[in-house]
Design a protein around this ligand. Structure first.
Ligand SMILES: C[S@@+](CC[C@H](N)C(=O)[O-])C[C@H]1O[C@@H](n2cnc3c(N)ncnc32)[C@H](O)[C@@H]1O
Length: 311
């Protein structure tokens, strides 16, 4: 039994997809006839129901991918291929507080809110009121709006809302993110990951120049390509066309707090009589040269082997 308000994905016999919150009192008008939503509720996920003309519709539980694809859009939205990596890099998950700008149509907001769970929070900022409204409507349709605070503001001028400060991560999908770096550094907790989506390489260069003098380091620039294959077992080959470019991703980390001032430890008081030579035992302290661990570390550095290589 599907509960009232739960999202359902209905698939027509031709493969058309409809994402709806379930209202058992309603009927869904399709090109193949009426679909009674109380029958959908009773049938449950994984089942099939027929329209009054006898056409079968599959009932599926939507995934996050389905929800993102179902977002109504007036702006370009981020593609799932980028969103997946962004979620990993930002450490999105239950209980996490994440800031985002601009909201646009709410594609990334949907994913962040999905991951945040009921204990996390997404703070999404958008300078144009009509897009902020659209993002909210999309999140409401997906049943995720209660996890999100929506702000209509220009983050390059006004910065990020006070209540969002101390956030665990931040993502910018705005035209000129380098104008927002100081605000971003104030809004996140020390060491927090930040990310950016940019459509052109000259925008990356501007951002890199900005990052050089910012509170962020550990910079990574990349793009993600997705090539689909025709799922035909006997003639398996790539699709003829692909979306070759969507955007570039840049990630960095807040530098964190500076180290405490260092005071060298006082030399141990020696019981030995003056003039006694220092202990020449076999144990060596760190000051006697690199131990095995340090040697191994140096070798790994020389070979370019980084702990995060290939991530
Ligand atoms: C490409 S859209 C974002 C799409 C969004 N990531 C999604 O997945 O649906 C870029 C948005 O950033 C907004 N924007 C640009 N500069 C901004 C700024 N300084 N402050 C807030 N929003 C801004 C634009 O109005 C636009 O709606």
């Amino acid at each position: 039994m599907i509960q009232t308000g739960e999202l359902v994905l209905l698939i027509s016999p031709e493969g058309k997809r409809y994402l709806r919150p379930l209202d058992p009192a309603q009927a869904f008008h399709t090109q193949e006839g009426l679909l009674k939503m109380d029958e959908v509720a009773l049938a449950g996920f994984g089942a099939c129901v027929r329209t009054h003309k006898g056409h079968p519709y599959r009932i599926l539980k939507p995934t996050l991918h389905d929800c993102i694809k179902g977002v109504k859009r007036l702006t370009t939205i981020m593609y799932p291929k980028e969103i997946g990596y962004v979620l990993l890099k930002l450490g999105a998950g239950p209980g996490r507080r994440i800031i985002e700008a601009g909201s646009g149509s709410g594609g990334l907001t949907t994913a962040l809110a999905w991951m945040a769970g009921d204990t996390g929070r997404v703070y999404t900022c958008e300078k144009r009121a009509e897009f902020s409204k659209l993002a909210r409507e999309n999140l409401e349709r997906n049943g995720l709006a209660q996890r999100v605070s929506f702000f209509t503001r220009d983050v390059s001028e006004e910065g990020f809302p006070e209540e969002a400060h101390g956030a665990d991560a931040l993502f910018l999908d705005v035209r000129e993110p380098s104008d927002c770096l100081e605000h971003a550094a104030r809004a996140v907790c020390p060491g927090a990951p930040v990310g950016f989506l940019l459509p052109t390489t000259n925008q990356i260069s501007d951002l890199l120049r900005g990052l050089e003098t910012s509170e962020f380091d550990d910079v990574e620039v990349l793009e993600i390509m997705l090539r689909r294959y025709k799922p035909v077992a006997d003639r398996l080959r790539p699709e003829d066309r692909m979306v070759a470019h969507t955007g570039f991703l840049v990630f960095a980390r807040h530098k964190g707090l500076p180290p405490e001032p260092w005071t060298p430890p006082a030399p141990p008081e020696s019981d030995a009589a003056p003039g006694t030579p220092p202990d020449s035992g076999t144990e060596s302290g760190p000051e006697t040269g690199p131990g095995p661990a340090a040697g191994e570390h140096a070798a790994r550095e020389a070979s370019g082997d980084r702990a995060d290589a290939g991530s």
